[in-house]
Design a protein around this ligand. Structure first.
Ligand SMILES: O=c1ccn([C@@H]2O[C@H](COP(=O)(O)O)[C@@H](O)[C@H]2O)c(=O)[nH]1
Length: 224
């Protein structure tokens, strides 16, 4: 894939999502649809977005018992997403069953530690250690379970790649040096993330909230 940027279309407004995707389509490699979009528009909304012809990343971060997740993955299979996310902390059996239930061409990617969390947030949920430790532990688990890769921040991707050289590494929470961080906590620049080993970048608000989204997407691409 030549363009490594997936634009996150976090909106419940289908017309807005379509208009944004149409605007930036020549400057991104795919479209990421998450909980907000899917809760509002479900599978028909995903079909409507797929008509634009870009790969679809379905970021639903599934997290439940193995049987429930496997059945959900099966139900989503008709959409044939390029990428589908589950939470690594759902455990090995859940990851294995999610992968087994996914269509052949869909990468099942395990979210390790959300980029909106830091070590203090981890500690508050009873997890001891640094973000690096947590991402490393869950990368190992995801690799052993046979999924295709992980989501982590750009700060941990080099360590994750050392554990899993052939893994697929999705990095959200990227910002240009002068960009607004918002609710993200573990942030690096797009260039730093790629240099550290990211396979693809997820970029939302730096593109979608920009005055001129196509220029913003092109400018981010030009830094890579
Ligand atoms: O750890 C994670 C996992 C997923 N995301 C998603 O990526 C985008 C980031 O949007 P920005 O506007 O660029 O912050 C968003 O859709 C999240 O749901 C993440 O940020 N961190």
């Amino acid at each position: 894939m030549s363009n490594r940027i997936y634009v996150a279309l976090d909106t419940a407004d289908l017309a807005r999502a379509k208009a944004m995707a149409t605007r930036v389509r020549h400057h991104v490699g795919g479209i990421k649809l998450g909980l907000e979009f899917f809760s509002a528009h479900g599978q028909s909304g995903v079909h409507a977005m797929a008509e634009l012809g870009l790969p679809i990343f379905l970021d639903l971060k599934l997290h439940d018992i193995p049987n429930t997740v496997a059945k959900a993955v099966q139900a989503l299979g008709a959409l044939k997403p390029a990428i589908l996310t589950v939470h690594a902390s759902g455990g090995r059996a859940m990851l294995e069953d999610a992968k087994a239930a996914a269509p052949l061409g869909t990468k099942v990617i395990a979210v390790t530690m959300l980029t909106s969390l830091d070590a203090a947030d981890l500690a508050a949920t009873g997890v001891v250690g640094s973000a690096h430790d947590q991402v490393s532990r869950l990368t190992e688990l995801a690799r052993e379970a046979g999924v295709d890769g992980i989501v982590c921040s750009g700060a941990e991707v080099a360590a994750a790649k050392a554990i899993w050289p052939k893994g697929f590494f999705v990095v959200p929470g990227v910002r240009l040096p002068d960009g607004q961080i918002g609710d993200q906590k573990r942030v690096v620049t797009p260039r730093q993330a790629m240099d550290a080993g990211a396979s693809i970048l997820v970029v939302g608000r730096p593109i979608t909230q920009a005055e001129d989204p196509d220029t913003a997407a092109r400018a981010i691409g030009a830094t890579l």
